[in-house]
Design a protein around this ligand. Structure first.
Ligand code: AMP
Length: 592
């Protein structure tokens, strides 16, 4: 896949919404053929790669040979190859053209960031995804010209042992010139200067993003971040620092808290004393009740809020709606550091129902059936065991409505039949390409014996159990879980952080409610017979999850890609340590 370099006329054409939509419509009407051609191109371009040579593909590009010779793999299987690349081996290992950049996946599910190959093909597919969803979005919610308040941050960039640049995939994309040109042409230019986005200190960057948003408050047409978590984090911070921001605006001088010289210089160009603006925002904020509707109040021309809101981001929706009031919330697209999968081409759907239409030309996609709707009957959820012992993947156009699948990716960045680890559900079709709903990370299961609870089950249980807190005007701001097998029988431990102190009585009620809210038949029956011990709710100090975020940033992660780990496994000792040392109260359920 060659990187397109376009002049400004070419760029206009490349982004013309009608053309983009026509292109997508015709491609998705022919998904089967496009998939076959895409696989052929991937195998042709990389026929010299050692990985494919070793499998005896010998330049074959047909589907049968591919399926017969290329095994399903996980990241662990590819690690030796990726490490050789990172260590400076420039021979064609996974791809025909050597990989020169490495991405760090957020690794919040595994406990530590993973190395994955990054190349121009990924930048190109990122642009394709962005312009596709933008075209559909802009048709429903035209933004005209203006700016975007984007809470985006770069990770620390470093060199691998072999001298390759390494950073998170979002950072690698943000740095590319193609990205900047596309964003400009989409009139989605960030109101913050590059020095803020690429600043070395996340807290200082966040402060300046907020300041830039206020300076350009009338021009802001949408507020976004890669994952919705960053938007919530930003406006929670606004609640703390808004008066300081207004002082900066009034005096035209940046707070001494921002110390990075490049950020100070860049901000000095934007910041001029502006009493009127500071007074206006002061009046607006003073009129708010509990910050409800903060975003439209600050940014009167904002049309929508945009960022991934599904999967592990769903727990933030309630708070996001609080800040957004009536503004539409539109979920961002579906992808990963390893590559993109689908675009949100139905922007009018609320985030809970958001779907992602697979782009058939950015990779070759296969699906392993995991479970189907017939395995559920209302609240009486029957065993959700993964059905396939010997997985037999099927193609993109063979998937069936209502069935959940694990997704397998083959792409232009050196991944062949790679198990991404996500479970998706087919909820519709856009022409002949499936529209997927994100269900969960496959490995995020709370399980002790026959019980199986996914990230989604945990989220629903926490939501239900947090209801009594509303009486005290409190909410759960973050949560995670752990299976504790240190004593017999094992039990679930749920950690949660609240935005204030709740009374003993209420917490005990929440704890019992949590235990009862895991309705998986395996869990309920094991609890009843004592095969699983009483659920334990551990309340942690305010700011504990901020420490977890800081820990990931220290490992080279970026806030832009951060996802709170919802289940802490044994490999994640440091996070467990942070949680354990911040527990202020521990409660056992008496529900069974
Ligand atoms: P990372 O590579 O660290 O950015 O993480 C990628 C993972 O984030 C994916 O494999 C998904 O589990 C999750 N993810 C990405 N996009 C979405 C989305 N639109 N909805 C839900 N989860 C997502």
């Amino acid at each position: 896949m060659k990187m397109m370099l376009l002049d400004s006329d070419g760029m206009e054409d490349y982004l013309d919404p009608e053309k983009v939509i026509d292109e997508f419509e015709s491609m998705t009407k022919d998904s089967k053929r496009v998939q076959e051609e895409t696989l052929k191109r991937i195998l042709q371009e990389n026929s010299q790669a050692e990985y494919l040579q070793n499998l005896g593909l010998n330049g074959r590009t047909d589907l049968e040979s591919f399926k017969a010779r290329v095994p399903l793999v996980t990241h662990k299987d590819l690690e030796p190859f990726i490490h050789r690349i990172a260590d400076g081996d420039t021979s064609p290992i996974l791809t025909g053209q050597p990989i020169t950049t490495i991405s760090l996946s957020s690794g919040t599910t595994q406990g530590k960031p993973k190395f994955v190959p990054f190349n121009d093909a990924l930048v190109e597919s990122t642009m394709q995804i962005y312009r596709t969803s933008f075209a559909y979005r802009n048709r429903e919610y035209p933004i005209g010209s203006g700016k975007a308040l984007q809470f985006v941050y770069s990770s620390k960039q470093f060199k691998t042992k072999g001298g390759l640049a390494a950073g998170t995939a979002t950072t690698n994309v943000f740095r590319s010139s193609q990205y900047k040109r596309t964003m400009k042409a989409m009139r989605s230019q960030c109101c913050s200067p590059d020095e803020v986005i690429f600043g070395p200190d996340f807290h200082q960057s966040l402060y300046c993003h907020l300041l830039c948003g206020l300076i350009f408050h009338e021009e802001v047409k949408f507020v976004s971040s890669t994952f919705a978590h960053s938007i919530i984090h930003a406006f929670r911070t606004f609640e703390q620092v808004w008066e300081e921001l207004l002082t900066d605006i009034k005096e035209g001088v940046l707070t001494s808290r921002v110390t990075v010289p490049s950020i100070r210089t860049a901000m000095a160009k934007l910041l001029k004393p502006n009493h009127e603006l500071a007074d206006l925002i002061f009046r607006k904020c003073s009129g708010l009740r509990n910050w409800y509707g903060l975003i439209p109040v600050l940014f009167p021309n904002c049309k929508y809020i945009y960022g991934v809101m599904t999967g592990s981001m769903e727990p933030y929706l309630k708070k996001l709606r609080h800040y957004a009031a009536d503004l539409p919330l539109i979920s961002g697209d579906y992808g990963s550091s390893e590559g993109w999968i689908g675009a949100n081409v139905n922007p009018k759907l609320p985030p809970e129902l958001a779907t992602y239409a697979v782009l058939p030309n950015i990779g070759y996609f296969e699906f392993i059936p995991v479970r189907g709707t017939e395995f559920f009957s209302g609240s009486d959820k029957i065993e959700s065991t993964l059905l396939c012992v010997e997985p037999t993947p099927i193609g993109l156009t063979e998937v069936q409505l209502g069935i959940e699948y694990e997704i397998i990716v083959t792409n232009f960045a050196g991944l062949y039949r790679y198990r991404l680890g996500d479970v998706v559900k087919v909820v519709g079709f856009h022409n002949s390409t499936p529209e997927l709903q994100f269900i969960c990370r496959r490995n995020l299961l709370l399980t002790i014996n026959i019980d199986k609870n996914t990230e989604k089950d945990l989220q629903l249980a926490v939501e239900a159990a947090a209801k009594p807190l509303a009486r005290e005007r409190l909410e759960v701001v973050e949560f995670t879980s752990q299976v504790d097998l240190s004593s017999e029988p094992g039990h679930y431990v749920i950690f949660w952080e609240m935005n204030g102190e709740a009374g003993e009585e209420v917490i005990r009620e929440c704890c019992n409610c949590l235990d009862r809210s895991f309705i998986d038949a395996g869990y309920v029956s094991s609890r009843k017979v004592g095969g699983i011990g009483a659920l334990e709710l551990r309340v942690v100090k305010r700011g504990t999850f901020q420490k977890i975020l800081d820990h990931y940033l220290g490992l080279g992660g970026a806030v832009s890609q951060f996802k709170t780990p919802r289940c802490i496994g044994p490999a994640n000792g440091v996070v467990l340590q942070i949680l354990s040392s911040n527990v202020v109260g521990s409660y056992f359920s008496t529900a069974f």
